[in-house]
Design a binder for this molecule. Sequence first.
Ligand SMILES: [Zn+2]
Length: 110
Amino acid sequence: MKSNEKKEHEKKIIKEMIKIYCAKNHHQKDLCDECLDLYTYATKRIDCCPFTETKSFCSACKVHCYQKEYRHQVRQVMRFSGKYMLFYHPVMTIKHGLVSLKERRNQHVQ
Ligand SMILES: [Zn+2]
């Protein structure tokens, strides 16, 4: 996959995750200001990321390029939306390794 395509794809995923998080936690149909801000920040990070071609996804990246507050926020979003992503977008999720093996196993048990 070309670097640009991958970036666009990554943006799509992060948007889906933030959308799920916002809908369930802030009860907004579209992104609220706070989540929109996080999304805008995340897309900027993706655009600036020099590792797009080698890494799988931001959450798996060893270089934590997010600022402290945003990092905390995005982690919450990932933790929360990860399980929903598996449900709504299983192929996308598994392909990107968003959900760890352990979490996947738990899903099957439940
Ligand atoms: Zn929100």
